[in-house]
Design a protein around this ligand. Structure first.
Ligand code: APR
Ligand code: PHB
Length: 389
């Protein structure tokens, strides 16, 4: 088998790249380890920056998103009972779009059905070879048979636990990592969201987030130690804890109900440099992870895809490899800004186990500055709606 771009991983990064390449007549094959249903069962964040919205439209997949999404012109930051409205639209001229990552991925899988063979699921032992030559290829096992795809380039879109990053020799690779001493316990419940916008709340008991998917599907989180076990969190215990971290009038207004999903996820910041080695290009979670505070995971993956897609088009249409040469540097510049913002949101809004009284007063001063300074609100808004590509 031969293709132009072999893509390892059929999460949103890999599928979006393949779909975009298709619009330019560039051939690709996506190799995904899991089944489509498994990939679609993962619950991830649901906030899209305008860049990601633009890419979905460019990929020809704007229709359902534009019909079913919710546009949010702002958010609320709550601290110790006070509330700071952040007016994204007024401060930056932009909004964010609420449309679940699961829906994005479903649209991408549905679109791939038009081209049988473009997305192959349940591929085992996916392995790229000769990435530092001009004839790379990828081998894999599907339905018990070993197959080989020869290609011009390989896109490593196989997430944090994938193999692509490991292909960069250890002495050429530098990894930067920070793990936070807590996780997020999250639930999904078929109840109306407590507020029309998201609420990011910090309190003496820790962080909480009120998010949503639609008018009758809410997504709520509370910060918890990673030693907690999800079995120890009954729905009642979760709702009580969430209410205690919110301003009173939201806590009172909250409609509760049974959870339909419940889980604990760790918080981590991670960046791998470079994002390119020979003919391998890393995209999305394969190269970097952010903590979920600020919802930058999918959006940072999207900016990688934007840069790589445009570089590939420049190469195939104009025989100009400059975009590919510069991919790692260009992508990383934006990645680090998203890392900084996610780290800042996480650091300011969570309680840390070793925090001193001084640290707590600094956090409070930070919130008061945000409340009182339009400039500070603008910095938050500019980052939240997404920095330009
Ligand atoms: N071979 C083939 N596929 C693999 C392999 C492998 N060895 N290892 C992992 N995969 C697949 C996973 O099963 C997964 O479907 O690669 C895919 C990677 O998808 P994601 O982890 O979703 O990563 P990405 O597509 O970069 O999406 C960006 O945005 O909200 C964030 O972290 C969130 O997933 C999200 C990300
Ligand atoms: C979510 O809705 O899942 C969500 C929203 C915003 C975040 C993180 C998660 O910052």
């Amino acid at each position: 088998m031969r293709t132009q771009v072999a893509i390892i991983g059929g999460g949103p990064s890999g599928l979006l790249l393949s779909q975009l390449l298709r619009t330019k007549g560039i051939a690709s094959v996506v190799l995904e380890r899991r089944s489509r249903d498994y990939v679609l069962s993962r619950i991830r964040a649901g906030i899209l920056e305008r860049g990601m919205v633009g890419l979905m439209r460019q990929a020809g997949l704007g229709e359902r998103m534009d019909k079913e999404c919710y546009v949010h012109d702002g958010t609320l930051i709550a601290f110790d009972g006070e509330e700071i409205p952040i007016d994204f639209k007024g401060l930056t001229g932009h909004s964010v779009t609420v449309y679940g990552q699961t829906e994005v991925t479903r649209d991408l899988y549905d679109a791939a059905e038009a081209d049988p063979g473009r997305v192959l699921t349940e591929c085992d032992e996916v392995m790229p070879h000769d990435l530092d030559s001009d004839k790379p290829y990828v081998t894999f096992v599907k339905d018990g048979q070993t197959q080989r795809i020869d290609c011009d380039y390989v896109a490593g879109c196989d997430g944090f636990h994938g193999i692509s990053r490991q292909m960069i020799p250890a002495e050429k690779r530098r990894e930067y990592e920070k793990t936070y001493p807590f996780g997020w316990l999250g639930i999904l419940s078929e109840t109306p969201p407590v507020h029309e916008e998201l609420i990011y709340a910090t309190s003496q008991r820790g962080f909480a987030l009120c998010s949503m998917r639609n008018e009758n599907l809410s997504r709520y989180f509370v910060q918890c130690p990673m030693t907690e076990k999800v079995e120890d969190w009954s729905d009642d215990r979760f709702w009580d804890e969430l209410r205690r971290r919110l301003p009173a009038h939201h806590a009172e207004a909250m409609v509760t109900g049974p959870s339909i999903e419940k889980g604990i996820a760790p918080l981590r910041s991670f960046v791998c440099e470079p994002m390119r080695w020979g003919r391998l290009f890393l995209c999305g979670d394969a190269a970097h992870i952010v903590p979920p505070t600020g919802a930058k995971g999918l959006n940072t993956a999207a900016s990688d895809i934007h840069y790589l897609f445009n570089a590939l088009v420049q190469f195939y249409e104009e025989a100009d490899a400059e975009g590919l040469e510069r991919y790692s540097e260009t992508a990383l510049t934006r990645v680090w800004k998203a890392e900084r913002f996610s780290w800042w949101m996480t650091t300011q809004l969570h309680r840390f186990p070793d925090q001193t009284d001084f640290d707590l007063r600094i956090q409070r001063a930070e919130m008061e500055f945000l409340r009182d300074s339009e400039a500070a609100q603008k910095v938050l808004a500019e980052n939240y709606v997404g920095l330009p590509y």
